[in-house]
Design a protein around this ligand. Structure first.
Ligand SMILES: Nc1ncnc2c1ncn2[C@@H]1O[C@H](COP(=O)(O)OP(=O)(O)OP(=O)(O)O)[C@@H](O)[C@H]1O
Ligand SMILES: [Mg+2]
Length: 415
């Protein structure tokens, strides 16, 4: 059955959802398992020795790109050994891989793909993204701001709705009306989930004091201990969203110990950051009478956050999936119209026939349609310890999701 595919490439996790176009009645979006954490897949691309990209596989950090989706529009490339890749090219590869996985499962390619993006993306970032998507053979992609996707997942009236989003690295506050981004603030400077993990790590270090401080940072065993502890800190944070007490195991060379952490102490640690995010949200929504505020992103599971937000707050049981499910629902509405008989304005979505949008999908307009910013002076970002040479030869291992074209890549282009 034909379907719309929603894709959310987050800093740590990429998720997919489909919304079917056939059948009677309201179509609910369905999450698609991608074989990784939380039903999605880690947002990482590792350039392998044979020149292919492996998706979601942890590996040598010198060859593994992470955090690229939040860097689209940034002129500074992501360095993979001796290769330099643009963030939008890596993001497009991720979308292509997801589209391929889902097409394989569904037996057909998506009628439409809706890619959610940070609300701050302007014409330049969107233009680059469309160009990169076309380069991997994805012509039928609509870009939709994350807060609009999140709100599309709920049945609100026409009044303004607030969207407070807190993921692993990104925060955004927005006000939306049906398919209209009224106001927003976003960025990665605001503390998010990964910063909360750091605070828990700091709590462990402070609790253990000298015992922790005397560890030799150069010893590979210490680095292993840090890595494991960081994962345990993140897990403890998640546990505290559902309970009031937990303990973090620390595998010291002298033997294992446990550091207790209560929800009250955790809230004390993160409260200044959360209050700052809430004050940004309050500035964005000032003067507007909100119907409700939708809370999205994995960090929205922390109870303190909903307790500090003003007005009526709504969120799903798995708020990290709200954006991707909403993207799939919005795509269905774009193609078929709303389930609700009242018409909605969809002009924010990218459509070929909308003269207001500069980057229609699948049109004959050239890629240099958008205005590029003035070139920045070259920046030398050569790593000190260069690994052996690898070059991009194939896009993603054993994958031809759309069967239409291969990604442009730096070695083929001779750039
Ligand atoms: N139960 C929970 N309690 C607290 N935090 C949680 C919980 N579950 C997940 N998280 C946190 O949510 C974050 C991941 O959220 P999400 O999947 O929305 O991020 P992302 O989309 O990959 O990144 P971003 O939107 O920041 O680019 C992680 O920091 C994770 O630790
Ligand atoms: Mg996210």
């Amino acid at each position: 059955m034909p379907y719309v595919l929603g894709v959310d490439v987050g800093t740590t996790r990429t998720a997919a959802a489909v919304c079917r176009l056939g059948g009677a009645g309201r179509a609910e979006p369905e999450l698609v398992g991608l074989g990784g954490p939380g039903g999605g897949v880690a947002s990482s691309l590792q350039l392998t020795a044979d020149g292919a990209f492996a998706v979601g596989e942890p590996g040598d950090p010198r060859w593994t790109a992470v955090g690229f989706a939040r860097r689209v529009g940034d002129d500074v490339p992501i360095v993979l050994g001796s290769e330099r890749c643009a963030a939008e090219e890596l993001t497009a590869l991720m979308v292509m891989w997801v589209a391929g996985q889902v097409a394989e499962r569904e037996g057909e390619t998506a009628a439409q793909i809706v890619l959610a993006h940070p609300p701050g993306w302007g014409p330049h970032a969107k233009g680059l993204m469309h160009q990169a998507l076309r380069a991997v053979g994805l012509e039928n992609v609509t870009l939709l701001a994350e807060p609009l996707a999140a709100a599309a997942n709920h049945s609100f009236g026409r009044g303004p709705v607030g969207v407070f989003s807190l993921g692993s690295h990104a925060f955004s506050a927005a006000v939306v009306r049906p398919f209209e981004l009224v106001a927003w603030a976003d960025g990665i400077d605001q503390a998010a989930g990964a910063d909360f993990d750091d605070l828990v790590f700091g709590h462990v270090r402070a609790t253990l004091g000298r015992e922790f401080g005397s560890l030799d940072a150069e010893d590979p065993r210490t680095r292993g201990l840090y890595g494991r502890l960081r994962r345990d800190c993140e897990a403890a944070k998640r546990v505290l969203s559902g309970t009031f007490e937990t303990a973090i195991p620390v595998h010291l060379p002298s033997g294992p110990v446990e550091v207790p952490l209560s929800r009250a102490r955790f809230e004390e640690l993160i409260r200044p950051s959360v209050e700052q995010a809430v004050s940004v949200f309050e500035r964005v929504v000032r003067g507007m009478s909100l119907e409700a505020t939708v809370l999205v992103g994995g960090s929205a599971r922390i109870p303190l956050i909903s307790s500090l937000l003003p007005g009526r707050v709504v969120f799903e049981a798995a708020p990290e999936t709200s954006v991707v499910k909403g993207a799939a629902s919005a795509g269905r509405q774009l193609l078929l119209g709303p389930d609700d008989p009242e018409p909605i304005e969809t002009s924010v979505l990218v459509r070929d026939d909308d003269p207001l949008l500069r980057f229609p999908v699948g049109s004959s307009l050239s890629d240099d349609e958008f205005t590029a910013p003035p070139p920045r002076p070259p920046i030398d970002i050569t790593p000190l310890d260069l690994p052996e040479r690898r070059s991009v030869k194939r896009v993603v291992r054993g994958l031809a999701p759309t069967g239409r074209s291969r990604a442009r890549n730096s070695s083929e282009d001779g750039r």
